[in-house]
Design a protein around this ligand. Structure first.
Ligand SMILES: Cc1ncc(COP(=O)(O)O)c(C=O)c1O
Length: 469
């Protein structure tokens, strides 16, 4: 615990109970203090950290209030949860906490009209039992049409509907790999995928993604040759967190290599529709159009329509989908009918018009975030992504976790860079999502600049190296 909190201690002279509680919370969220971990006695911790017992007691009180820690007389204290029970705190002056820890936007306008339409359509299903494991035919048809329009001819039986893209990934993982198996991933990557791999006792094999140069194709080839992974997990369209997109030539080379080595690949297209420079139908060819029969494509309604629908889908060969469906029963019995009707209604022309407006708005939000950073944090550098939902910022020093702790005290919740790495690290990086309105993003950046100044000891002056934008 003292080692984990070492960074906190190094900067501890100016910090109080709130900072210590926030540091513990970050390690809980990071998975470095898993639920159930016993905490040292107050006195021991106070000695190890060189602080007073009063400060430790106050930090523990905060953590207990937030549901992160539980204690019982005689039994000590232990990590009890991830703090999700906590009510959203109000900051002094009525400023609500700004959540930049999640890269997820609100519902697409038009959702209530789609709910009304779904209510009309529902009656046709009520005489059936409602268990349609692969998903509603009407939705599978619309999803197949969208793939076909994007240059990937698809029939409805090549698509199944699941409870979100994360659930899709977990289903694929269960089918393709078991404990001890190696799985190729980008580094940095989507943190929940890493959590799922850890939970399945699989071994992620990371290949670095260069924020400027992108996918190190030779590195991927070497990793496949040397590690012989059971499958690869790739996010080649507006990757989370970097926002990068792999170009057509890169896709062809990577897909060809994976096909030749008979390596299955799960391609996560959760963010593919959020293209701000072009038309999502006419982007680079979908990875599956270049890959072989062992390609599974995962999609999500969360970024385009709404995360609250909890719907995603998997496109693949009918043979692989049959295998997925038969193993699905161990997890759930199919997606909800009503929500699928809502999504099917959103996937009509009016929904696509709303989506075009969303792209326009998100592009404006991205630009507002970029402008605010250049004004208030001029020594943070980044490549402006042409799509997706986040900026991957390089900080002037290795301070991502400290920044996240300090930012929480300034009213901004952040996911530190270490969340996106296989073995943590990435302390010079922070992900900044731009799914919130521009005004809130500008406010958040002002708070981040103050948080950064309070910890880094260096003012936010432009760095000597030129910003890579
Ligand atoms: C790359 C990626 N995959 C999957 C998901 C989760 O999607 P869903 O909400 O559909 O489960 C996200 C959400 O942030 C994501 O960024």
């Amino acid at each position: 615990m003292a080692i984990l909190l070492g960074e906190w201690r190094r900067h501890g002279s100016r910090q109080g109970a709130a900072d210590l509680a926030a540091a513990v919370e970050l390690h809980v969220l990071d998975g470095q203090l898993p639920i159930g971990t016993r905490l040292p006695a107050e006195r021991e911790l106070a000695t190890a950290l060189g602080v007073s017992r009063t400060l430790i007691g106050a930090a523990l009180d905060r953590l207990r209030e937030d549901g992160l820690v539980a204690s019982r007389q005689g039994a000590g204290s232990w990590v009890a949860g991830t703090g999700t029970r906590r009510a959203e705190p109000e900051l002094a002056g009525g400023n609500a906490l700004i959540d930049l820890a999640k890269a997820a936007p609100p519902a697409l306008p038009g959702m209530t009209a789609a709910v009304d339409a779904a209510r009309q359509d529902l009656s046709a299903y009520l005489s059936g039992n409602g268990y349609i494991t692969g998903g509603l035919p009407v939705l599978r048809e619309r999803l197949a049409e969208r793939y076909t329009a994007r240059g990937l001819p698809t029939t409805p039986d090549q698509v199944i509907v699941v409870n979100g893209a994360y659930s899709a990934f977990v289903l694929c993982l269960r089918m393709l790999a078991g404990p001890g198996d190696r799985v190729l991933v980008e580094q940095p990557t989507y943190p929940n995928a890493l959590d799922a791999l850890r939970a399945a006792h699989a071994q992620p094999v990371p290949v670095a993604l260069d924020p400027v140069g992108g996918w190190d194709l030779a590195g991927f080839e070497a990793a496949v040759r040397q590690a012989a992974p059971r499958f690869g997990y790739l996010v080649v369209d507006f990757q989370n967190p970097t926002g990068l997109r792999l170009d057509a030539a890169g896709r062809e080379r990577l897909a060809g290599m994976l096909t030749r080595s008979h390596t299955p690949v799960v391609v996560d297209e959760s963010l593919v529709e959020l293209d701000y420079e072009g038309d999502p139908v006419h982007g680079p060819p979908p990875f599956a159009a270049l890959g072989g029969e062992l390609t599974l494509t995962v999609g999500s309604a969360a970024k385009t329509y709404w995360g609250g629908l909890r719907l995603g889908w998997i496109r693949g060969s009918t043979e692989l989908l049959d295998r997925l469906l038969s193993s699905r029963y161990a997890i759930d019995l199919g997606p909800p009918v009503f929500d699928q009707l809502v999504l099917a209604s959103m996937m009509e022309p009016a929904g696509y018009e709303a989506l075009a407006k969303r792209r326009h708005d998100f592009r404006g939000q991205r630009d507002a975030l970029v402008a605010a950073l250049r004004t208030h944090c001029p020594n943070w550098t980044f490549v402006v992504p042409s799509g997706g939902l986040s900026l991957w910022c390089k900080l002037p020093e290795a301070m991502s976790t400290r920044l996240a702790v300090s930012a929480a005290n300034h009213g901004v919740q952040l996911a530190p860079g270490s969340r996106f790495g296989v073995h943590g690290g990435l302390e010079r990086w922070i992900r900044l999502p731009f799914g919130l309105p521009s005004g809130q993003l500008e406010d958040a950046v002002r708070r981040l600049a103050a948080a950064s100044a309070s910890i880094s000891g260096c003012a936010n002056v432009p760095a000597v190296d030129v910003a890579v934008t």
